[in-house]
Write a protein that binds this ligand. Structure first.
Ligand code: PEP
Length: 252
């Protein structure tokens, strides 16, 4: 049985004060919560202060990106130890906004996944196709390429800790959600990939989240699919009430 995991990606929203306010609101409901892993990923500037708020609760802290070097002259980047120091246990890697806007490649994603694992944190590795790729029938080809390159040279003992987030780019921030069937089909493809690359046991343990316009109203149906183990939530995670409802509806 895979444990559900709901993560909120706050993107480039919220000041430190606003972040603390959301964290405090969520902590009221999820101070102790055992039915799912609940992760929030504030902007870098708020990580440490949010950590102070949630440290004694069930809510866990995640970062939205990382750099693969340990330290050095890399202006503007954040190292694995800096994220650990701030209290992060999870790191989102290869989000489509990083890939599309900032030109992040599958090779970059692979380096980031490896460094997150090396430092004992959990990578949430995002994959997903663009609208034109879905329309021209190359969704699985794209997933195959992103998974093969993103997980290159990662042994199965480590791969079981990787969380894969299937995020069709056409569904991110658009209000257009993949149907539960479309999500299940892609998640099954990802699990089959894990079985081909590793083995059945490893594939059965890897958690796969769906991301793309997840809301309180559609989470239950998505979660009812066999291979959907959770959600990576953008817009709807910025509000205490909607994120709370998403988590509650995910485990009903
Ligand atoms: C995301 O940012 O990963 C995401 C899925 O965004 P949204 O929920 O707003 O579509």
């Amino acid at each position: 049985m895979r444990r559900p995991i709901i993560a909120g990606n706050w993107k480039m929203y919220k000041t430190i004060e606003e972040s603390i306010s959301v964290a405090v609101g969520l902590k009221r409901r999820f101070y102790t919560f055992s039915e799912a892993d609940v992760v929030i990923c504030p902007p870098f500037t708020a990580l440490s202060k949010v950590h102070d708020q949630i440290v004694d609760s069930s809510i866990m802290l995640g970062a939205q990106d990382i750099y693969w070097e340990e330290s050095g002259a890399f202006t503007g980047e954040i190292s694995p130890n800096m994220l650990k120091d701030a209290g992060c246990r999870y790191v989102i890697v290869g989000h489509s906004e990083r890939r599309v806007i900032f030109g992040e490649t599958d090779e970059d994603v692979n380096k980031k996944v490896k460094v997150v694992l090396k430092h004992g944190m959990i990578p949430i590795m995002c994959v997903g196709e663009k609208l034109e790729e879905r329309d021209n029938g190359t969704t699985f080809e794209i997933l195959e390429k992103q998974l093969t390159r993103g997980l290159k040279n990662i042994a199965k003992e480590k791969a079981v800790r990787v969380i894969i987030a299937y995020e069709p780019i056409w569904a991110i921030g658009t209000g257009r959600t993949a149907t539960p069937q479309q999500a299940q089909e892609a998640h099954k493809y990802i699990r089959d990939f894990a079985e081909r690359s590793y083995d059945k046991e490893t594939a059965s343990r890897i958690r796969i989240q769906y991301g793309g316009s997840v809301k309180p109203e559609n989470i239950a149906q998505l979660m009812s699919q066999e291979d959907v183990d959770g959600a990576l939530v953008g817009g709807a995670s910025l509000d205490v009430h909607s994120f709370t409802e998403i988590v509650e509806n995910a485990v009903k």
